[in-house]
Design a protein around this ligand. Structure first.
Ligand code: FAD
Length: 379
């Protein structure tokens, strides 16, 4: 099988998939709705640093990308819990304190993977191509581009276009394809702790957590010695993002609930007012594939809430499992249903675990019982 393959979405999963398919000898075209992210400026408040764990590293290692990715990574060997009193305590991820998860900027990771895909033999990338139509029977694709509508055709089409997948939208038009989207009441907002005199303001060897019941904040270190904080809170209601609008109210709230953050985040109020609130949800879809020619992968098939730090790791693992299915079969029509059968049970499980871990992270990480029963997240 060395067919032409279209991969819609040059995010984390789509780029890695292109690398794996190129290694198998396929001609791959990656279509991405955005302009080339390597030439632009990151969207404000959407930087997101990810925790990449062994699950994801294994997938990168198999195509020789682990070292390049890890060059930008910062290992975090435990959770640092910040109590409301300002007291901090470290919960190591392993008994000997050596096991770590890795803080990596999503943008930097995407750029590394784009470089790898683009330099792989047989892969070409088309930016500013937003999928608007797909004939799942013939593999004809329609894109909106700055120069108007354009068309392409592929033997096999992968939808690696994220939680709001347009490919999934096209599959839904088919009888028997079903999706459920469960949004959380909570959204997220990014805040920043800059470096102080060129040094980290907090311990960079830990994932920092401020568990506060209905709200929770985490902070992960960046190579420029800043931290990106992500505040999780309901999007509406009396205790929510919507309830704080004036600089004085924002300052008061953080002094009350996150007192040790305030002196470390000089642009707190500005960040809070300027940065958007992102939505969080779980996507379930069945089936993931149609006719052995169109298939969803990564968040497009199974977006999950981020509380287990496993969304991108799972997208990477999807690629490894698909690769194995291609090894074990002779046709796409055999490989794609096998991929779904093998993989969906696991992605359904991690979706539930991620929701459970939200309750644990915001409520229970400060309890002594939890420390012994649940010392390792992001396994
Ligand atoms: P995406 O990253 O969404 O990429 C999809 C791509 O498709 C994008 O480039 C998009 O522009 C493109 N696209 C979309 N529509 C179209 C179209 N119509 N035509 C063409 N292109 C299109 N995961 C972890 O593993 N660890 C973590 O610690 C972690 N933390 C997270 C924290 C937060 C706050 C959030 C929101 C997520 C987190 N995740 C984490 C999840 C992770 O970000 C996602 O699982 C991962 O980005 C999914 O990759 P993907 O390539 O499948 O989809």
């Amino acid at each position: 099988m060395t067919d032409d393959v279209a991969v819609v979405g040059a995010g984390l999963t789509g780029c890695l998939l292109a690398c794996y398919l190129a290694r198998r000898g396929h001609q791959v075209v990656l279509y991405e709705r955005r302009p080339d992210p390597r030439t632009g400026v990151a969207e404000r408040g959407r930087s997101i640093n990810l925790a990449i764990s062994e699950r994801g590293l294994d997938a990168l290692r198999r195509v020789g990308l682990e070292e390049r990715v890890m060059a930008d990574a910062l290992p975090m060997r435990g959770r640092m819990i910040h109590a409301r009193s300002g007291e901090v305590s470290l919960q190591p991820y392993s008994a000997d304190g050596t096991r770590a998860i890795n803080s990596i900027s999503r943008g930097a990771l995407n750029n590394t993977l784009l470089d790898a895909a683009e330099s792989a033999s047989g892969v070409s990338v088309r930016f500013e191509h937003r999928l608007t139509g797909l004939d799942t029977g013939t593999g004809e694709l329609t894109f909106a581009t700055p120069d108007g509508e354009t068309h392409a055709k592929a033997r096999v089409v992968f939808g690696a276009d994220g939680a709001g997948s347009a490919v999934r939208g096209q599959l839904l038009a088919q009888e028997g394809v079903d999706e459920t989207l469960d949004f959380l009441d909570h959204g997220y907002k990014e805040l920043t702790i800059p470096s102080v005199d060129g040094e980290f303001a907090l311990d960079p060897g830990a994932l920092h957590i401020w568990p506060r019941g209905t709200s929770m904040m985490i902070a992960l270190p960046n190579p420029d010695r800043s931290f990106t904080c992500t505040l999780f809170w309901p999007t509406g209601g009396t205790e929510s993002f919507a309830s704080l609008s004036s600089p004085a109210a924002i300052e008061r709230h953080f002094r009350d609930y996150y007192p040790d953050l305030v002196p470390l985040a000089p642009n707190l109020v500005e960040d809070y007012l300027a940065n958007p609130v992102g939505l969080l949800g779980t996507v379930h879809c069945t089936p993931w594939q149609a006719g052995g020619t169109v298939c969803l992968i990564g968040d497009a098939a199974h977006a999950i809430v981020p509380f287990y730090g496993q969304g991108a790791n799972c997208g990477f693992e999807d690629v490894v499992v698909l690769d194995r299915c291609l090894d074990e079969t002779d046709t796409w029509a055999q490989a794609l249903p096998l991929f779904e059968r093998r993989r969906k049970v696991h992605t359904d499980a991690i979706a539930d675990m991620a929701l459970d871990n939200f309750v644990e992270m915001r409520d229970k990480v400060a309890s002594p019982v939890f420390r012994f029963t649940k010392a390792v997240e992001h396994a």
